[in-house]
Ligand binder design. Structure first.
Ligand code: NAD
Ligand code: GLY
Length: 362
């Protein structure tokens, strides 16, 4: 591995693993060789990513034969039925505990393939090869895997850490612009909740990120992974600080559901959700309205939406109540204590939440 590649480690005892970040990783067979077990390999990908990156990945696997499972593309296929297709491929490959699943794609593929690996033979290795910005900075890291149930997103899932993450930055060159911007929302999230200087860097470097400057993207992915690694290493199963990674997500999930899944991209809903969470933080006196304006400006410059659909307060509260952070019937929200620092709170005046929702969705 040369100096153009960075490695971020997630420290989780026996479940620790490296996140390799760099342009051209798919052309580094030695890295794959060192990580993968000797048994059967099944690559899980989709109809959009396969024509672009299946060939290079198979090249990186060299002489090794593998079964390929190509799924339809889209969040609407993140279902038990699609998961069944992955299990069928694993059965056809005679997958055993000395084999591995390789997830090649965005967060949808990573989550489905990761869950299949978590459950097949009570758990086999999974290598995450994320190809969207959102997957490289967030979903491929940290071991959350899931498929959706009609009752809600990601309801059928498990924590299952990968053996490694290979974030090849070159794959971002083909990513649709809207997907790139959605990924930037999660990058901005890391600055807001954990690293004020990183947020300043993002404000300055946004024009470079939007034109996919390789150095700017490399730093954004690396710093995001470092922050996620630090938080997940402290709290793998989200009993404490990991919940901070859900900043903007409680409002965001309500937006995604109200608009109809697939209408808003996850990152877009998170962007608007972060603005609502920041407004709530300002109304509670933690941050200033100037800082809310600063966030609105950054999201606007990043081409992200800042206005929630007018779903009405009752519907918003109903959808927010489905959040996995609900404890004893109370919606816990991630709020900013200041820029670069966040907290989880159920101890807020409901009238403040009402006021924020009245303005945004009422
Ligand atoms: P996605 O997987 O749907 O990918 C977005 C689109 O980009 C798809 O059409 C995909 O085929 C296409 N694509 C992927 N890579 C490409 C490339 N290099 N070039 C061209 N097109 C490419 O969406 P996403 O934003 O990556 O992930 C969203 C999913 O991730 C959601 O299901 C969400 O629930 C999940 N998620 C999981 C976690 C976690 O911790 N596990 C965290 C955040 C989000
Ligand atoms: N995306 C939030 C988490 O991984 O915890």
């Amino acid at each position: 591995m040369n100096h153009l590649f960075h490695t971020v480690r997630i420290d989780l005892g026996s479940r620790s693993y490296p996140i390799y970040i760099g342009a051209g990783l798919l052309a580094q067979p030695a890295t794959f060789d060192a990580i993968l077990p000797n048994g059967p390999l099944v690559i899980v990908t989709n109809q959009t990513v396969a024509p672009l990156y299946l060939g290079p990945l198979q090249g990186a696997l060299g002489h090794r034969s593998c079964t390929v499972c190509v799924l339809p593309d889209g969040e609407r296929y993140k279902t038990q039925a699609t998961l069944g297709q992955v299990y069928d491929a694993l059965a056809a490959a005679k997958m055993s505990r000395d084999g591995a699943v390789i997830a090649l794609g965005g967060g949808v593929i990573g989550d489905i393939a990761g869950f299949a690996a978590a459950t097949w033979a009570r758990g086999i290795d999974v290598l995450q090869v994320p190809t969207t910005l959102l997957a490289q900075v967030d979903s491929s890291v940290g071991g959350k895997t899931a498929v959706n149930h009609p009752a809600g997103k990601n309801l059928i899932g498990a924590f299952h850490q990968p053996v490694a993450v290979m974030a090849d930055l070159s794959t971002l060159s083909t990513l649709p612009e809207r997907e790139l911007k959605a990924g930037l929302a999660e990058v901005i999230k890391y600055g807001l909740i954990h690293d004020a200087p990183f947020l300043e860097w993002l404000e300055e470097s946004l024009p470079l990120l939007l034109v996919r400057d390789p150095d700017a993207l490399a730093y954004a992915v690396r710093r995001s992974c470092e922050i996620k690694a630090e938080i997940v290493s402290l709290d793998e199963r989200e009993v404490g600080p990991r919940a901070l990674l859900n900043f903007g997500h409680t409002f965001g999930h309500a937006i995604e559901a109200a608009a109809g899944y697939g209408t808003w991209l996850h990152g877009e809903a998170v962007a608007t959700g972060m603005l609502l969470a920041a407004q709530m933080s300002a109304k509670l006196g933690f941050i200033s309205t100037h800082e809310v304006d600063r966030l609105r400006d950054l999201l606007t410059r990043a081409g992200l939406p800042i206005e929630a659909p007018r779903m009405g307060i009752a519907r918003a509260l109903e959808l927010m109540a489905l959040d996995k952070k609900v404890l004893a019937g109370r919606v816990r929200l991630v709020l900013l204590k200041k820029i670069g620092s966040a907290m989880v709170s159920a101890d807020y005046d409901p009238a403040v939440l009402h006021a924020v929702l009245q303005q945004a969705v009422g």
